[in-house]
Design a protein around this ligand. Structure first.
Ligand code: SF4
Length: 453
């Protein structure tokens, strides 16, 4: 995991800073971003980052001390500090109308100067905002902020939606573990995977069960655990997703540059065997992002049966093995059959996620060939009628919608479990889709837009 925001230079760590850093490493923290809050602490943060290869620094003036900012001198000092290789962002900066330690107009001016600095030197920005939703959003929008994180998010759903629409990261601290923080947990549930970060903000805001005590990076596990719970994924998934995001935002560590053949989410193993598809769904995540739950899906080439089997290993180690990547698996029917046979021969369970056009793609009835090797087939219905399907999914084949309905109808005779799915979005009549599934006598599942895996 990466602690995307902590203050290791602060006096609260003077007595045991090295021990804290060691505890963080022992608890699985691979990197920490230690955050400057004034010129002095920014220099101290750089000092720590120089000492430890896995700690990085940021440089900025916190809104509490915004009145110390002087045009020319402070700006130039910050800019000079940013030239250090260990500095990965500008901030923290922003607005704090809870304490109002600096006059609000000064906070706003200094926030804007930080944005200008970040844009001038092309570094991401770390933003603090407390009880200042409207002004924060106005400044972010007015200054066209594009590359930033709103740290220790404490805003409302509307604020989160604006940040998400601008492609800005949202970071959750230990506050998300507090009993009364249900609204924050609701927001933590809906932030897209590719914009989610976690942090400790140590020494502040220790998560449950350490609330009220000094916080430290090793406690990040507690925050990750709650985020995993509310998002219905595993702590390992949270770790992978947020670490990958931190690497991308701050440019630290290695981000996988090409796609993976198999990838684990929760306790299932997914197989990514092609990036080709016969649809061009307007909501398809592959047009927005290379990553699913922190796994790169952009294959350099399509893997063969042996390569996939080698990547699976023991299929019984997983609840199920799922054919589902950035493309339509049944485009590679023979590979699906070969791998599925292997999984079944080893006692595993197989699911295929498909757009339901297998018969059109292969110009033959593929279902009898999947009988006995596929336990569950999940078919993307996506629309209540052919016209809506054409508009949303832009299929390559004429009659694709009728084709998928026929496929779903027949699938029941060959595959034990059949599910139709739809993505919840404007123009999709969920009740009518449910009625189609009921009529066909198959299961029905509604998926949330942009939530994959
Ligand atoms: S069918 Fe699936 S993979 Fe193909 S474009 Fe639609 S969402 Fe993407």
């Amino acid at each position: 995991m990466i602690d995307s925001h902590c203050h290791l230079e602060m006096g609260q760590f003077d007595a045991d800073r090295d021990a804290c850093i060691l505890r963080a490493m022992d608890s699985g923290i691979e990197a920490m971003i230690t955050i400057g809050t004034d010129v002095e602490s920014s220099m101290a943060a750089i000092g720590i980052a120089r000492e430890y290869g896995f700690i990085y620094a940021t440089v900025g003036i916190h809104p509490h001390t915004a009145s110390t900012f002087t045009e020319g001198e402070t700006y130039d000092q910050l800019k000079a500090l940013c030239a250090d290789k260990r500095v990965v962002a500008v901030g923290e900066t922003g607005l704090d109308y809870h304490y109002d330690h600096s006059p609000r107009n000064v906070q706003r001016d200094v926030f804007v100067r930080h944005i200008e600095l970040a844009q001038e030197i092309d570094l991401p920005l770390v933003i603090h905002s407390r009880e200042a939703i409207q002004d924060t959003l106005e400044i972010i929008t007015g200054c066209s902020v594009k590359n930033a994180v709103l740290h220790c998010f404490s805003g409302d759903m509307r604020m989160a939606e604006v940040l998400i629409s601008r492609g800005l990261y949202i970071s959750f601290s230990g506050v998300v573990t507090f009993k009364k923080a249900q609204e924050l947990r609701d927001i933590a549930q809906m932030v897209p995977d590719d914009l989610l970060l976690i942090e400790t903000d140590a020494p502040y805001l220790a998560p449950q069960p350490y609330r009220g005590k000094r916080n430290e990076p090793s406690y990040l596990n507690y925050t990750a655990g709650v985020i995993a719970q509310v998002r219905g994924i595993s702590p390992q998934d949270v770790s992978r997703i947020t670490s990958n995001n931190a690497r991308r935002l701050f440019g630290v560590g290695e981000v996988a540059s090409s796609g993976t053949i198999t990838y684990k989410i929760r306790d299932s193993l997914y197989i990514n065997l092609t990036n080709r598809c016969t649809n061009e769904c307007i909501f398809c995540i592959r047009y927005k992002n290379d990553f699913v739950k922190g796994h790169n899906m952009r294959l350099p080439s399509e893997p063969g049966v042996d390569e996939i089997i080698a990547a699976i290993g023991d299929p019984v180690a997983y609840k199920e093995v799922v054919f589902c990547g950035y493309g339509e698996p049944l485009i590679r029917l023979d590979v699906v059959k070969g791998v599925a046979r292997y999984v079944k021969s080893r006692g595993g369970t197989v699911r295929v996620n498909t757009n339901g056009q297998g018969n059109l793609i292969n110009d033959q009835d593929v279902l009898p060939q999947l009988a006995g090797v596929v336990d569950h087939i999940s078919i993307s219905l996506n629309a209540q009628d052919a016209q809506t399907y054409e508009r949303l999914c832009k299929p390559e084949f004429k009659g694709a919608y009728e084709g998928l309905l026929g496929f779903a109808r027949e699938a029941r005779h060959y595959i034990p479990v059949v599910t139709l799915t739809v993505v919840e979005m404007a123009g999709v009549d969920i009740k009518a889709c449910q009625a189609i599934a009921d009529d066909l006598g198959v299961n029905f599942r509604v998926r949330h837009l942009d939530v994959v895996g």
